[in-house]
Write a new protein. Structure first.
Length: 119
């Protein structure tokens, strides 16, 4: 089992920044790829960024590319999402998730944190 707890959400004006954190406990964090998903009201949950277990080759959805940055600190069992130049359409519940490196299924999820961007 891997337990994930997100923090750092809140209300911010358009153009502002937020940094989300996701603290992991349980099984060895460094063996897991990590991702951030978001779900806006009335929309499906979407993967916006992911980072492999060792860092390096990250993925970004087009909607966040150039504005969001994912990073991880395996010594602290934490993954981060730095969000800059926020837009009202970034408003959503943000979830972190973990999957065993080499697999395709996201097995573990946090409870989510609300991000609201006002215009």
């Amino acid at each position: 089992q891997v337990q994930l707890v997100e923090s750092g959400g809140g209300l911010v004006q358009a153009g502002g920044s937020l940094r989300l954190s996701c603290a992991a406990s349980g099984r060895t964090f460094r063996n897991y790829a990590m991702g951030w998903f978001r779900q806006a009201p009335g929309k499906e949950r979407e993967l916006i960024t992911a980072i492999p277990s060792s860092g390096g080759d990250t993925y970004y959805a087009d909607s966040v590319k150039g504005r969001f940055t994912i990073s991880r600190d395996n010594a602290k069992n934490t993954v981060y999402l730095q969000m800059n130049s926020l837009k009202p359409e970034d408003t959503a519940v943000y979830y972190c998730a973990a999957r065993a490196q080499g697999t395709t299924r996201w097995d573990y999820w946090g409870q989510g944190t609300q991000v609201t961007v006002s215009s």
